[in-house]
Design a protein around this ligand. Structure first.
Ligand SMILES: [Zn+2]
Ligand SMILES: [Zn+2]
Length: 276
């Protein structure tokens, strides 16, 4: 028989004892595994592998699956912000369990909830209602770019959104280069600025956005443009673009998130110059 730890891993690192029974794993086997410190008893009848992330364990202690930003981050999806405490999917009418130090945010949503980490598509759908348009859009494009959501999942996510929000899914692309690029494109769209995305310019390379065929906008994501080699490469690209008649504007994460007004002012001023 597989060991209790193997079976818990097989269930995603956390499981109810009742899920393991059909595999021949008895209560006594589970108690022995807990005594040997191979498994952790989260609450009566719920067991986790020691490698199970703390947030997932806390969600299970609360009675559900970890969802929203905490879950998406564990799925390696780009998140605009972190949840300060676990967001817990409790199914449609699940019961929250009291526990010490609870600061959990409970979500009562349809679907098949099993303890552990909410699937990417459920966490995305929950994040729209909970964390808003920008969070959802950037995470959705990140998940798509990493092929974590296929065509069927994308359709289900769209159906799960309120009708007024479905345009976000329709605007999304599969090839967003970074989360911050997604945020930038969404905001420019809302300003009525039409951008070409991921444009290949001969002699320059692929740039994030081109507006009106003349203005290049680069949204530098966290960590991608920090080293001196990267900086040199960026400067070479800007010089090559200038020679071809383009103007380049480059914004980083801090500007886009914390000083958006300055970004907008710079873009509109540059558009005025390239139009004249
Ligand atoms: Zn809690
Ligand atoms: Zn939430």
């Amino acid at each position: 028989m597989p060991t209790p730890l193997f079976l818990v891993h097989h269930h995603g690192g956390i499981a109810r004892g009742s899920q393991l029974g059909p595999f021949g794993c008895t209560r006594r086997d589970l108690a022995a595994a807990v005594r040997r410190q191979e498994l952790i008893r989260i609450r009566p009848g719920v067991f986790a592998a020691p490698s199970c992330p703390v947030l997932v364990r806390t969600a299970a202690l609360h009675g559900g699956a970890l969802t929203c930003a905490g879950a998406l981050r564990l799925h390696s999806v780009w998140v605009l912000s972190d949840d300060s405490s676990p967001h817990v999917w409790l199914g449609q009418a699940g019961r929250a369990h009291a526990h010490a130090g609870c600061g959990c945010v409970g979500h009562y949503r349809n679907g098949t909830m099993t303890l552990g980490l909410a699937p990417v598509e459920d966490a995305l759908a929950h994040s729209y209602a909970c964390l808003g348009e920008e969070f959802f859009f950037a995470a959705y494009e990140s998940a798509w770019a990493q092929r974590l959501i296929g065509a069927a999942a994308r359709r289900r996510i769209r159906d799960a959104l309120p009708p007024r929000a479905r345009w976000l899914v329709d605007l999304a692309r599969h090839d967003a280069g970074s989360g911050i690029e997604s945020i930038m494109r969404l905001r420019l769209h809302l300003l009525g600025v039409i951008v070409e995305t991921q444009v290949e310019i001969s002699g320059v390379g692929r740039v994030d956005f081109v507006i009106e065929g003349r203005l290049i906008i680069e949204a530098d994501g966290r960590g991608n443009h920090d080293g001196s080699t990267e900086r040199h490469r960026d400067l070479m690209r800007d010089a090559a673009a200038s020679r071809l008649g383009y103007e380049t504007l480059r914004f980083d994460y801090a500007m886009i998130i914390h000083d958006w007004d300055a970004v907008v002012a710079a873009i509109f001023a540059a558009l005025g110059r390239v139009r004249s």
